[in-house]
Ligand binder design. Structure first.
Ligand SMILES: [Zn+2]
Length: 334
């Protein structure tokens, strides 16, 4: 990304093994993240930045210290490379690994990528997956894992009423995740017809088109004035965060995964709302084995969020379509 609104494809040198724990993968697919739109829209600084942090592909080469991954393996990884052995990783928060490397600094909107800490970062599938499962495995790399974490953090589960704020790919997959976790009622907040349809397909039982205070009022109506047990906040704005907090019943839980931009929470208000808040960058690596299993067993079709599929040289159109909300999420074929 040269500057906001300006994404180009260019030839770069092939990545090489740097550390003995590295692997080089040839990407089968990559994609554009909702968070890539922040710099694209000028909301975050950007200057000739390599882009992309989602990836699946085939291992080409491994460093001398790599033990569990081998050349030829089909692998899925997440947006933080992690050793999966330190005290933070073993506690299930691989996004904060003491050795973590942010994959966005490497850039995976590419044909090849260097993956640090390959043993900890990559999860191999039992064999090459069927071609039609590629989009769902791709989703596991970030959006599905992030939606899943939002549902875990919001303590979605059997008997629960869950509300989802945000109808982007993460919010929609938050709906799917809450459904997998056995939630009784799932209220998707969305104004867009195509996204409402997908939300229902993923397991939403109710749709609320209103936003802000009106949206909160609708949630209260639907829950007899109680509020939702679990709320997934998948946007990251002041409005969406307050909508989430006010939609939650006292004692309920919010899982917030929208990267915050200009959000300020007032302590007095938080005190009297009496809700659990848990969120941040999702430790996707913790969920990869479960998510890959669900995809391979064809229990979930998370790849449906990719409503635009392009070749790498059309990447600029992929960004434009997501920026203009013509596409929910773009899958790129290198
Ligand atoms: Zn670690």
């Amino acid at each position: 990304m040269y500057k906001p609104g300006d994404v180009r494809v260019e030839e770069r040198e092939d990545p090489k093994l740097v550390e003995p724990t590295d692997a080089i993968i040839r990407l089968t697919a990559t994609c554009i993240c909702g968070s890539d739109l922040w710099p694209y829209r000028g909301a975050e600084p950007v200057d000739h930045q390599v882009m992309g942090h989602e990836y699946i592909g085939v291992v080409q080469e491994i460093g001398s210290a790599v033990r569990t991954i081998k050349a030829g393996d089909f692998v899925v990884g997440s947006f933080w490379a992690s050793d999966n052995t330190c005290g933070i990783c073993t506690a299930g928060y691989q996004a904060y690994c003491v050795h973590r490397v942010l994959m966005g600094t490497i850039g995976t909107q590419s044909e090849l990528a260097r993956i640090p800490l390959a043993d900890g970062t990559l999860v191999a599938t039992p064999g090459p997956p069927d071609a039609d499962l590629v989009p769902s495995l791709m989703a596991a790399s970030d959006v599905l894992g992030t939606g899943w974490f939002a549902a875990v953090a919001a303590e979605a589960g059997p008997g629960k009423t869950v509300a989802v704020v945000g109808d982007g790919a993460v919010g929609l997959l938050g709906v799917l995740s809450a459904r997998q976790m056995g939630a009784e009622r799932i209220i998707a907040m969305s104004r867009h017809e195509a996204r409402q349809t997908l939300a229902r397909e993923f397991g939403a039982t109710d749709i609320v088109a209103e936003r802000g205070d009106e949206g909160v009022a609708r949630i209260m109506e639907l829950t007899n004035g109680v509020g939702a047990d679990s709320v997934l906040e998948c946007v990251g704005t002041q409005e969406s965060m307050m909508q989430a907090i006010r939609s939650t019943r006292p004692g309920g839980s919010i899982g917030y995964v929208g990267v915050p931009h200009g959000v300020e929470l007032k302590r007095e208000e938080l005190f009297f709302e009496h809700v659990h808040l848990h969120g941040g960058p999702a430790p996707v690596r913790a969920f990869l084995p479960t998510l890959i299993g669900l995809v391979l067993e064809r229990k979930i079709n998370a790849g449906k969020v990719f409503d635009l599929r392009l070749s790498m040289n059309q990447v600029a159109e992929g960004y434009r379509a997501m920026d203009e909300r013509r596409a929910i999420k773009t899958l790129l074929r290198p």
